[in-house]
Design a protein around this ligand. Structure first.
Ligand code: 6R9
Length: 656
């Protein structure tokens, strides 16, 4: 968050009375949740979800921080997202308007979705997938991604979706960590106007002899030549298409695991965050209704996230579908075949609610407002933002040029771990403050603590965001590592506080401003990346001796990955000889893409002779950040060797 942005002229936006009159969110929700936290969540659960068996105790926190919500309740998430809407007479309502990047389309009604999910569930069962088996999903943004997730949910087989932009290496570690029995993938998907293969990465990920994977189910999307391994690989259309259209959804315990989703932490090893069925679904359904204000009979909703991230899980699949809403799903990039593609889609489907990321808004700002103004976007009535802080300039631009100066914007703070939205304005209720996520939503409690762990409420003082009460969609742990769960989230400020890892402050009106990560996690275009993970990818390259990575602020992507690398002796000599420094930087960037995925490619790699370290050997990233952000170098007195920074600076100037 830049200081200039805070000092600019102050605009706030009071709710429009017409919007407020139809809004699902109300002021009374805050009071109800405040008066009876568990009673409030019990009510939400009964109002919004169909239970096969009613629950008894709403929250069992006796084994904190391991929560159990809706104890004894039984439900089926897929039934709640699909079948019950058909039973209620909405089978003809469109669930998904799919828009492929090349312009092909599919319209999937709730009745179609019920048939597709049932067939996929039958097919998975015929391949030996049963309740409790884990399934990896590695797909582009095509309807089969949502269908596969719902089929798993139906069976009670936790899914582990791996973002299609992750490499074979990353896929391999995630498959092994969760011991997935099956992988669902496709030949490829369309990206920037061309088919881009996916299946070869699955083949590479499964090369290891001890893989737990028995079968690979392959959706045909692009028609590219695809190698199929005899006895292991099957085409989706051969197995799913002929399967029976009827499948009985069995109820599962409220605490049955629904999915695992890996996210970057402060160490090199990604964390398998896992969520269970009842609480997660309740909070997704509730937040889609009150924050995205979904009115299923008239809204056309569009969340532009990829299904491989938590936003895609909660706000493409579970939240909107639990509400029976109609949504758009788009496969490709915003500039294919032209920079107005998104706005063309908004106009074509009459999108009313749009949920996207600040990095996208800043990109559109750069492209200029004369692009969106070429399209009729009068259908839009609400805009959302997620993934990173949205600076007030981008917020105001978003409101003006996308929202036609009339749409409220909800800046929603939450995490993979929280499962659903936690801090956000309520549209139609709160007076909007550009750049601020404002307040915990009804049912959620947060505070800001100082270094000593004391809560404070003074304005403009920076502290650490913590959550002070358990919430239904909270993570239930880290897959296979309960100790890491306690250590990461419940120990920094003692067992009473969930430590989110974000800095925060209040403004004079009591609004919360999120200020970015306070740990070694970077946020690049709304994607979480860990410094340690990229460092370990770099040192796995034979020419690299040591590496340090920092997130430097970047106007477009929020943060950008900057790496400082010390080469091995042989590599230095070689590079000097043939003057191949530039090639080497490219080689290292490509290596990171291969190890983790293209999103983790450093924007900048600086070859340096030394790294700044404290006497105890800890790398002082703060100083490297100063270099990466072109700032005056800060305090170097705790360095073991204070001349290191000048060595680095000189080297860079000489090398530039
Ligand atoms: C949903 C999602 C979580 C981290 C989180 C924070 C940042 C997300 C934000 C935001 C400021 C917002 N973050 N939303 N920061 N304002 N509205 O993004 O999950 O990928 O796990 O990232 O993203 O730093 O801690 P995830």
């Amino acid at each position: 968050m830049s200081e200039e942005s805070l000092s600019q002229e102050h605009h706030t936006f009071a709710p429009d009375p017409a919007f407020a009159a139809q809004a699902n969110g109300t002021k009374e929700l805050y009071a109800a949740a405040e008066a009876d936290h568990e009673g409030f969540w019990a009510q939400q659960a009964r109002d919004r979800i169909s239970w096969a068996t009613d629950f008894g105790q709403t929250l069992d926190w006796s084994d904190a921080p391991f929560a159990r919500w809706y104890v004894g309740g039984e439900l089926n998430a897929a039934y709640n997202c699909v079948d019950r809407h058909v039973e209620a007479g909405h089978g003809d309502r469109v669930a998904i308007h799919f828009e492929g990047e090349p312009g092909d389309t599919r319209t999937i009604t709730y009745a179609d979705l019920q048939r597709e999910v049932s067939k996929a569930a039958n097919a998975l069962e015929s391949l030996g997938v049963g309740k409790g088996d884990t399934v990896a999903i590695y797909l582009p943004m095509i309807p089969e991604a949502a269908i596969a997730m719902l089929a798993c949910a139906r069976i009670g087989a936790p899914h582990s979706v791996v973002f299609g932009g992750f490499s074979a290496e990353a896929l391999n570690t995630r498959i092994n960590d969760a011991q997935c029995k099956i992988v669902i993938t496709s030949d490829g998907g369309y990206r920037r106007g061309a088919p881009s293969p996916l299946k070869p990465a699955v083949d590479a990920a499964l090369e290891h002899a001890d893989t737990p994977v028995e079968k690979v189910l392959v959706v045909r999307r692009t028609g590219q030549d695809t190698t199929m391994v005899e006895g292991r690989d099957l085409w989706w259309h051969d197995v799913v298409d002929p399967a029976s259209e009827s499948h009985e959804a069995q109820p599962h315990d409220a605490e049955h695991p629904l999915f695992i989703l890996y996210t970057s932490g402060t160490t090199g090893k990604p964390k398998g965050i896992f969520h269970t069925t009842g609480g997660y679904l309740v909070q997704c359904a509730y937040t889609s209704a009150v924050v995205h204000d979904l009115h299923p009979e008239r809204d056309v909703y569009w969340c532009t996230a990829d299904i491989g991230w938590v936003t895609g899980h909660s706000y493409i699949v579970y939240g909107p579908l639990a509400n029976g809403a109609t949504q758009v799903m788009y496969e490709g990039t915003p500039d294919t075949p032209h920079r107005g593609r998104w706005w063309e889609i908004v106009a074509k489907y009459g999108v009313t609610v749009l949920y996207t990321a600040p990095t996208a808004v800043r990109t559109f700002m750069k492209w200029g407002h004369d692009i969106p103004t070429q399209f009729d976007m009068s259908s839009l009535r609400l805009l959302g933002s997620v993934g990173e802080p949205i600076n007030p300039e981008a917020w105001l631009w978003y409101r003006k040029w996308i929202g036609g100066d009339r749409c409220p914007i909800v800046d929603t703070w939450w995490q993979t771990e929280t499962g659903a939205i936690m801090i956000s304005p309520l549209p139609g209720v709160t007076t909007l403050e550009p750049g601020s996520a404002q307040l915990p939503i009804p049912g959620i409690s947060a505070e800001i603590l100082d270094d000593e762990g004391q809560p404070f409420t003074e304005a403009e003082k920076v502290g650490y965001l913590v959550l002070t009460k358990p919430w239904p969609a909270m993570l239930r742990g880290i897959w296979g590592d309960p100790q890491r769960y306690k250590d990461t989230y419940w120990s920094r400020f003692g067992p009473k506080y969930y430590f989110a890892g974000d800095g925060a402050k209040y403004d004079v009106d009591g609004n919360i401003w999120l200020l970015g990560r306070v740990d070694d996690v970077m946020n690049v275009s709304g994607h979480r990346l860990s410094t340690a993970e990229i460092e370990s990818a770099l040192v796995s390259h034979p020419k690299v001796a040591e590496a340090a990575v920092v997130g430097a602020s970047d106007e477009m992507t929020g943060q950008a990955v900057c790496a400082f690398v010390i080469l091995r002796q042989e590599a230095v000599a070689e590079a000097d000889e043939v003057g191949e420094g530039v090639d080497l930087v490219k080689e290292l960037r490509d290596h990171v893409a291969k190890e983790i995925g293209p999103i983790a490619k450093p924007r900048q790699i600086m070859i340096v002779p030394e790294l700044p370290k404290t006497r105890s050997g800890k790398i002082m990233r703060r100083l490297l950040k100063d270099v990466a952000e072109n700032r005056e170098i800060g305090d170097v007195t705790t360095l073991a060797d204070s001349s290191v920074m000048s060595l680095i600076k000189e080297g860079l100037v000489a090398g530039a």
